[in-house]
Design a protein around this ligand. Sequence first.
Ligand SMILES: C[S@@+](CC[C@H](N)C(=O)[O-])C[C@H]1O[C@@H](n2cnc3c(N)ncnc32)[C@H](O)[C@@H]1O
Length: 234
Amino acid sequence: MPADDAKDQESPRADYTGVHEPQYRRIAAGEQPGWSSPEEVAGMLAQIDWALGLPGAPSAGRLLELGSGDGCLTERLAARPDWRVSGIDIVPLAIELAQKRLDAAGVRAELAAGEVTALPWPDHTFDLVVDSHCLHCIVNADRAACLGEVRRVLRPGGLLIVITMCGDPAYRQGGEFDPATRNLVRGGIAGRHFGTVESILSELAAAGFAVKQHRIWPARHELENDDLVAVAVA
Ligand SMILES: C[S@@+](CC[C@H](N)C(=O)[O-])C[C@H]1O[C@@H](n2cnc3c(N)ncnc32)[C@H](O)[C@@H]1O
């Protein structure tokens, strides 16, 4: 069976744009300021700085943010003089909003509308890839495809910092948790993947990464999950 047909038959299926675009419409309409709050962004930066403080971590170069959204974190990364920042997101409206945010802040980053399973950069382009809550949005076979692509665009020895929800879901938002796939499913669409610490570390190893360190960033609210922060070398 051709790969695309096999993907169409994956059940429950993915709809990355359908799941995420409505929130960007609300942001564009001024109903909320951004995907991530300033506190959440500060927390992510603290995790990234912890990872970059580990021995052998790169201190400058090219950085790719996966699922950069409306640029709440991108803006802060792009303000760092040692890094040349790129971001990718599947929702074109998110890219537009991120560009406006960067322009208003007077900082520059290269933003691409596209899928993390088909990164539009040549092999070995980046020194650092940051997953700022994108990988837990990726389900089924796309997870391995995404990690394979990340490894491809990292230079050998480059670093991947994963910041991703783990454990059983603390909130279900009208969805149902399928313990077999560990997907949260709503209306037949798998919108989030809640891996265990062990399963996520295994996925990284299966993609050829050497996991250097990991730790838990505890949930900030009752209706949130802990994040696994994993630092992996390509
Ligand atoms: C939870 S949001 C995080 C946004 C941003 N990183 C932040 O922390 O504010 C996840 C982002 O990943 C994007 N995304 C989901 N699936 C994707 C895919 N297959 N390819 C590229 N981006 C994707 C979504 O559109 C969304 O912007």
